[in-house]
Design a protein around this ligand. Structure first.
Ligand SMILES: [Zn+2]
Length: 143
């Protein structure tokens, strides 16, 4: 299925191809100080394809902290954080915030808490490479 999501104002929108259709969607409530403050809950499918559409790329701010390996895409207009990317080797990996999904049956979501603060950098990158969405593309939206 295609999952659709966006920030509150629609500046950052995305489509995530998830095949076969999910019988459940992991929803990880990260306990780091940034995700806690935003109430962000993340999902990914390593076999999925994420297409990100930006209406105004200049109105997206990028935030990183700690190891500075995760790039949080924050809408400068509405303050919502729909996605995070991470570059590993030559690839770009991503997770999306389930709270920004438009068309998902909440019954599909399997919520659990997640804590990654004890990981070192190489463990973080290896985990993201294995678990995060491995196909990520950006496009400017013309509408
Ligand atoms: Zn926005």
């Amino acid at each position: 299925m295609q999952l659709h999501g966006q920030c509150h104002c629609g500046n950052i929108a995305y489509t995530l191809d998830w095949a076969p259709d999910p019988t459940e969607i992991p929803a990880r409530a990260c306990d780091c100080s940034f995700c806690t403050r935003h109430g962000a809950v993340w999902t990914s499918n390593p076999d999925g394809h994420l297409r990100i559409q930006l209406r105004d790329p200049a109105a997206v701010s990028h935030y990183a902290f700690g190891t500075s390996t995760a790039n949080f895409h924050v809408c400068s207009r509405c303050g919502v954080v729909p996605l995070v990317t991470c570059a590993v080797d030559d690839g770009l990996y991503a997770v999306v915030n389930v709270n920004t999904l438009d068309n998902v049956d909440p019954a599909l979501l399997r919520h659990r808490s997640a804590s990654f603060s004890e990981e070192d950098v190489s463990s973080k990158l290896a985990r993201r490479q294995a678990n995060w969405i491995a196909r990520v593309s950006f496009a400017e939206r013309l509408d």
